[in-house]
Design a protein around this ligand. Structure first.
Ligand code: FEO
Length: 170
C-alpha cells in the first residue's frame, strides 16, 4: 500500500511525464512545419508517445498498489522556438528536470522504506540516463553543425537512426 505522500509524489510524476509528452508533441508539430525537418518531427512524435508510456506505467503502478492515479490537467507547452538549437536545449533541460524529479522519488521511497516503489523506480532511473544522454548527444551535434545547412540536412536525415543506438528506445 502506498503512503499518502508517496501517492502524491507519484501523481506529480504522472503529471510531469504527461507534460513531457505534451511538450514533445508541440516540438514535433513545430518541426513539421519547418522546411527540411521531417525526421526531427518524427523523432519528437515518437518521443511524445514514449513519454505517454512512461505516464501510463506510473498510473498502473499507483492503482496496483492501492492508490488512485489522477489524470492531470496540463498547461499549453511552448509551441514555437526561435531556432532548432534552442528547441534542443529546451529538450535537454526538460530531461534534466525529469531526472531530478525521479531522484527525489527514489529518495522518498528510501526514506519511507517503500522498497517496492524503490524497485519500480529503477526502470525510470535507467531510462533517464539514456534520455539525458541522447539529448546531450543531439545538442553536441547541433553545436558542431552551427549554421552549416548541409550539416543540418544530415542531422535530420540521421536522427531516427540515433534513437536505437543512443537509448534503445529514445
Ligand atoms: Fe519520461 Fe523523458 O522523461
Amino acid at each position: 500500500m502506498l503512503s499518502k505522500s508517496m501517492q502524491e509524489a507519484l501523481n506529480n510524476q504522472v503529471k510531469l511525464e504527461a507534460a513531457s509528452s505534451h511538450a514533445y508533441l508541440a516540438m514535433a508539430s513545430w518541426c513539421e512545419i519547418q522546411p527540411g525537418l521531417d525526421s526531427v518531427a518524427d523523432y519528437f512524435f515518437q518521443q511524445s508517445d514514449e513519454e505517454r508510456v512512461h505516464m501510463l506505467k506510473l498510473m498502473r503502478f499507483i492503482n496496483e498498489r492501492g492508490g488512485f492515479a489522477l489524470v492531470p490537467t496540463l498547461e499549453q507547452p511552448i509551441v514555437t522556438y526561435k531556432s532548432l538549437k534552442n528547441m534542443f536545449e529546451e529538450f535537454l533541460q526538460h530531461e534534466i528536470i525529469v531526472s531530478n524529479s525521479i531522484n527525489e522519488l527514489v529518495d522518498l521511497a528510501l526514506r519511507e522504506k517503500d522498497y517496492a516503489t524503490h524497485n519500480f523506480l529503477q526502470w525510470y532511473v535507467n531510462e533517464q540516463i539514456e534520455e539525458e544522454r541522447s539529448a546531450r548527444i543531439l545538442n553536441d551535434k547541433l553545436e558542431l553543425i552551427g549554421e552549416d545547412k548541409s550539416g543540418l540536412y544530415l542531422f535530420d536525415r540521421d536522427i531516427m537512426s540515433t534513437r536505437g543506438r543512443n537509448s534503445g528506445k529514445g
